[in-house]
Ligand binder design. Sequence first.
Ligand code: SF4
Length: 188
Amino acid sequence: MTGTTLFDLLERLTSLMRMWNRQHPLLAELQSIQVSALIYLSRCNRYSNTPLAVTEYLGLTKGTVSQSLKALEAKGLIEKSQDPRDRRSVHLRLTEPAQALVAAITPPDFLVTALAQMGERAEQLEALLGDLLRQIQRNQDVPGFGLCRTCRFHQQRDGQPFCGLTGETMTTPDIELICREHQPPEAA
Ligand code: SF4
């Protein structure tokens, strides 16, 4: 297997996603990088909602991401707050209008429809794509940005989710979020 066909498929799916974003009436005022930043911030946990984490996740330059975040703030779609324990650190959160916007556009209808039509094979596909992403991340030594519940530091204490890395209790919704510090169980 050379990977050419899979690469073509991923390229085509990415193009369709971009095209869909450009054409969506709710996204007419936003650049695609701004949409990506909003979607990421809607899916990441409290350790991962900093400007640096957005930059790492999107794989773009600090300057480009900084301009996009400023534009989102000016549009009233994100707000900043200082970290109570580290005043040099800033956290970004979606405002209510931004939360409503992201909820209205994700996951896109065309994806939901296609996955429903695929039935059980959609679950297999999701698992296989997850394997592919983890394999690539291991090989390339890039930040994890994985789901909390799949992390090697994820534990249960007194019936509550608990992060073994930060030593903090998590909530049940937290474990479905993306974390910058995520490490796969295989790395233990
Ligand atoms: S358990 Fe892992 S993924 Fe979850 S918050 Fe801790 S480091 Fe992040």
